[in-house]
Design a binder for this molecule. Structure first.
Ligand SMILES: CC(C)(COP(=O)(O)OP(=O)(O)OC[C@H]1O[C@@H](n2cnc3c(N)ncnc32)[C@H](O)[C@@H]1OP(=O)(O)O)[C@@H](O)C(=O)NCCC(=O)NCCS
Length: 136
């Protein structure tokens, strides 16, 4: 991943993903995360160029899909589906049968895509978090 770091950041920028370059998406922090057995990282490539990315994580109880993005020229070719299925497959192999993702409320495309993947939207849940600072 670290050799792919700049390509991945550029995908996240193109996809308007609100990534955290000073926090959990900094190179240093990604390096730390990828040392953990709880992190999964996959890219899709075409001719050696990265055109899709996904980060999977789990906490032993539930799996999470994070930072999914596909370069616009390759949208609607099933690349996100392949990446999500790959993460789901590896999580299932670890006994994790619940997979979740957080979607910004403005991201209608992502909501439609996850609907197509068979994910259920939970209107009754609000996301709360506690952070050491606003950058992370
Ligand atoms: C969301 C995103 C990753 C989807 O990537 P993709 O490779 O185009 O998706 P796929 O081709 O695998 O399509 C998956 C399913 O969603 C549907 N879909 C894809 N884009 C869609 C859109 N814009 N509107 C409605 N449905 C859509 C596809 O038809 C497909 O359904 P099907 O297999 O039942 O026909 C891509 O649009 C993207 O990078 N967006 C910007 C970043 C982003 O919002 N990421 C999600 C953060 S939570």
């Amino acid at each position: 991943m670290l050799k792919d770091y700049d390509s991945v950041i550029s995908l996240w920028k193109q996809g308007d993903i609100p990534y955290r370059p000073q926090g959990r998406d900094s190179k240093e922090d990604i390096r730390r995360q990828l040392r953990q057995a709880t992190s999964l990282y996959y890219v899709a490539e075409n001719d050696g160029v990265i055109i899709g990315v996904i980060l999977g994580t789990h906490d032993g109880r539930k799996g999470w899909i994070n930072r999914l993005a596909v370069t616009p020229a390759y949208h609607r070719k099933g690349i996100a589906r392949r990446l999500v299925e790959e993460v789901e497959h590896h999580l299932a192999a670890r006994g994790i049968d619940i997979v979740a993702c957080l979607i910004e409320n403005w991201n209608a495309t992502s909501m439609q895509v996850f609907d197509r993947f068979g994910y259920t939207k939970h209107d009754e849940i609000l996301y709360y978090s506690k952070r050491k600072n606003k950058r992370i």
